[in-house]
Design a binder for this molecule. Structure first.
Ligand SMILES: *[C@@H]1O[C@H](CO)[C@@H](O)[C@H](O)[C@H]1NC(C)=O
Ligand SMILES: *[C@@H]1O[C@H](CO)[C@@H](O)[C@H](O)[C@H]1NC(C)=O
Ligand SMILES: *[C@@H]1O[C@H](CO)[C@@H](O)[C@H](O)[C@H]1NC(C)=O
Ligand SMILES: *[C@@H]1O[C@H](CO)[C@@H](O)[C@H](O)[C@H]1NC(C)=O
Ligand SMILES: *[C@@H]1O[C@H](CO)[C@@H](O)[C@H](O)[C@H]1NC(C)=O
Ligand SMILES: *[C@@H]1O[C@H](CO)[C@@H](O)[C@H](O)[C@H]1NC(C)=O
Length: 431
């Protein structure tokens, strides 16, 4: 091995370490996007393949304007035709005179068709505008497929070379894809389930998400309040960065003037600078139950969050009795911690969190049962972690949580003890 090869391997090893460390999600250890290529038949100069994209992520969906999938061909392949999706750019096909390929690019980027695509361009499970729900929301809507006819590729499993360098946008950055791996040929069943056929060749690619690759700053923050304290705990100042105030507007009347700029992010002016704010309000305390209200506010004038999700980690969320206005799913069966809840909107009611403005929020109230150990003390009614669309929300500092007035007024000393306990809990959670 020469020194360049050695350097390359070392750098590759560190990149692999970073991507593995960054991608691991204890709430969803198996969550990823899987891209599977099945060569269905061989042609004179290539093959016909069905490509299936499955979102196995429990709570991270692919929102509008949808996924795009790219790769780099290993040889001089062309895409003769495509159904259920399209290459964004045809590329330079000037060497072809008779039949024009669908795309001649060495690195095609493929996007899904819209639901109103002509029927003869559709294939099963295509044409969703690239929108995939998370596996936890609805596995049947978490899959997308398209078909392509490849030429100049070789037409046997000995001559075909796997495409390289897969990229996945969902719709933005954040995903890192593995090298394709040859897998056992997929099996397919006839519609009556009585006949089984096989792909001629199968390979798959796994793409994993890393929050810091998607965005340098957080995108969500949490604020809190409670019936027992009139003080509202705001989001941390600069929770999502402070720098770029030019992308903010102070009042709605400024909106028209700034619309001319092509800035994808146009935020309402706040001290936290986050596009999403989640507010947690402990509303009432009954004998055997407590009541909670969660409001999610969109502060971005340029984005509707379709198929949004909210994940909450709270030890008492295994005791949820009733949830209004949102769909609730425990995601506990998949992890050891029982108190993790997935919420999302009701179809056609509030499954889209509309752009900033009077309608730019969704809310829910829920009733939780108390067990004998339940207490409002020591910030117990507040969550440990909250994720919006799979990205972790910045929590207020533990010392700013709303406190029980009697505890603070009568005994100033335990308050610092409380802070210590909370800090200890947070340190334990971080480690
Ligand atoms: C190619 O296909 C043949 C027949 O299906 C099979 O026996 C062989 O193992 C395959 N070779 C590779 C490299 O996959
Ligand atoms: C592979 O993808 C990366 C990231 O998109 C890019 O920087 C690199 O140049 C690509 N390699 C090839 C051979 O195209
Ligand atoms: C993808 O390929 C790998 C390697 O063969 C295999 O272990 C894995 O099960 C495949 N995934 C699926 C869902 O087929
Ligand atoms: C968001 O959705 C509403 C209602 O469908 C639409 O009027 C508005 O233009 C959309 N906004 C953006 C930024 O796409
Ligand atoms: C989680 O829930 C299961 C079934 O409801 C129960 O058997 C188990 O003891 C719970 N684990 C914890 C840590 O609470
Ligand atoms: C509920 O919260 C209390 C603290 O308020 C805690 O001691 C108890 O273990 C929690 N219950 C469950 C089922 O996790």
């Amino acid at each position: 091995m020469n020194s360049d090869q050695h350097k390359f391997l070392t750098v590759g090893f560190f990149l692999a370490m970073i991507s593995v460390a960054g991608a691991y999600d204890s709430l969803d250890p198996n969550g990823n996007i899987e891209v599977k290529w099945d060569v269905m038949s061989w042609t004179a100069d290539g093959y016909v393949a069905t490509v299936t994209i499955t979102n196995f992520q429990m709570y991270r969906h692919i929102r509008s304007p949808g996924w795009s999938l790219g790769w780099v061909w290993a040889k001089r392949e062309v895409i003769w035709s495509m159904q259920g999706a399209e290459a964004a750019d045809q590329g330079d096909c000037s060497t072809f005179t008779e039949t024009m390929p669908h795309s001649c690019k060495r690195d095609p980027l493929v996007v899904d068709l819209l639901p109103d695509a002509p029927y003869n361009q559709q294939v099963a499970r295509c044409c969703k505008g690239g929108v995939l729900t998370s596996w936890g929301q609805d596995p049947s809507s978490a899959v997308s497929a398209f078909q392509l006819t490849v030429g100049h590729s070789g037409n046997s499993n000995k001559t075909v070379r796997l495409p390289k360098n897969f990229t996945f946008y969902g719709p933005g950055r954040g995903y890192t894809c593995s090298h394709p791996k040859i897998a056992p040929n997929s099996a397919f069943y006839s519609s009556d389930g009585r006949r089984k056929t096989y792909a001629s060749m199968t390979w798959n690619v796994t793409c994993t998400y890393t929050q810091f690759l998607a965005s340098e700053t957080p995108t969500c923050c949490l604020s809190m309040s409670s019936f027992y304290n009139s003080k509202i705990t705001p989001c941390q100042a600069c929770a999502c960065g402070c720098q770029d105030r030019t992308a903010c507007i102070l009042k709605e009347s400024d909106l028209d003037e700034s619309v001319t700029g092509l800035n994808a992010l146009l935020l309402q002016f706040t001290a936290h600078n986050c596009p999403i704010q989640v507010h947690w309000h402990v509303k009432e305390n009954y004998k055997g139950y407590w009541r909670l209200k969660i409001t999610i506010t969109n502060l971005n004038y340029r984005l509707n969050y379709s198929q949004w999700t909210l994940v909450v980690e709270h030890p008492n969320f295994s005791n949820i009795m009733e949830v209004y206005s949102f769909v609730y799913r425990p995601i506990a069966p998949f992890i050891s911690n029982n108190g993790t809840a997935l919420f999302y909107g009701l179809k056609s009611v509030n499954d889209v969190l509309l752009e900033a403005g009077p309608n730019g929020n969704v809310q829910s109230e829920m009733i939780l049962q108390k067990d004998s150990a339940f207490t409002l003390e020591q910030g117990w009614a507040f969550p440990r972690k909250v994720y919006f669309d799979g990205d972790e929300c910045v929590m207020p500092l533990p010392e700013s949580f709303p406190f029980l007035p009697n505890l603070a007024n009568a005994n100033p000393v335990p308050l610092s003890a409380l802070a210590c306990i909370l800090v200890a809990i947070f340190v334990a959670l971080l480690s």
